[in-house]
Write a protein that binds this ligand. Structure first.
Ligand SMILES: C[S@@+](CC[C@H](N)C(=O)[O-])C[C@H]1O[C@@H](n2cnc3c(N)ncnc32)[C@H](O)[C@@H]1O
Length: 173
């Protein structure tokens, strides 16, 4: 399992603690978040988390073997609300093309956001990308799976009255 942008890492530590038979890799650029995750994983003596403090695009390109990921997670990424900033959103066709070979066949891409226009953007870009299929059927969002704990940004969004949209796609070949 690989997660980009785990923030302070609470939900990643919780998942790693619940699924101790799986290996978890987290990538985050924010040093306090990385420190917090390492500290909390150490307190629970978790042996199944590895962390990169680096830009996820570089890590994906240089450090992740092809066909090695069975679950990719991107939860509540920066939505870049202003139209002129939309190109900074991580979910873009080029990003999905570079992610695809890293997934095992049948591997899953799981994204979530609390910002409806970004959910629509994710759905549009994911649905148009070659090699992915919506696990919930065309244009459908997925219910939040039991294995995904609420995240810090999810709770922040809920306090602001935002909804939550989960998208789950599978690598088809
Ligand atoms: C809005 S926060 C969400 C944090 C967490 N997933 C949550 O739901 O609480 C987005 C996170 O993505 C991280 N991030 C943004 N771009 C990144 C990149 N290119 N590589 C790694 N982390 C990135 C940011 O540092 C930030 O912690």
């Amino acid at each position: 399992m690989l997660e980009i942008g785990f923030g302070m890492g609470d939900s990643l530590v919780e998942m790693a603690g619940t699924e101790e038979d799986k290996n978890f890799v987290g990538i985050e650029v924010h040093p306090p978040g990385v420190g917090c995750l390492i500290n909390n994983a150490g307190k629970q003596d978790l042996q199944n988390i590895k962390v990169y403090m680096a830009d996820a695009n570089d890590v994906l390109e240089d450090c992740i073997a092809d066909a090695s990921i069975d679950r990719f997670q991107l939860f509540f990424p920066d939505p870049w609300h202003k139209k002129r900033h939309h190109k900074r959103r991580i979910v873009q066709p080029a990003f999905l093309d570079s992610l695809l070979p890293k997934l095992k066949s049948g591997g899953v891409v799981h994204m979530a956001t609390d910002w409806e226009p970004y959910a629509e953007h994710m759905m549009e870009v994911m649905s148009a990308a070659e090699g992915y299929e919506n696990a919930a059927g065309a244009d459908n969002y997925s219910p939040q799976p039991e294995h995904r704990p609420d995240t810090k940004f999810q709770r922040r969004g809920e306090k602001l009255g935002h909804g939550v949209w989960d998208l789950i796609f599978k690598r088809t070949a």
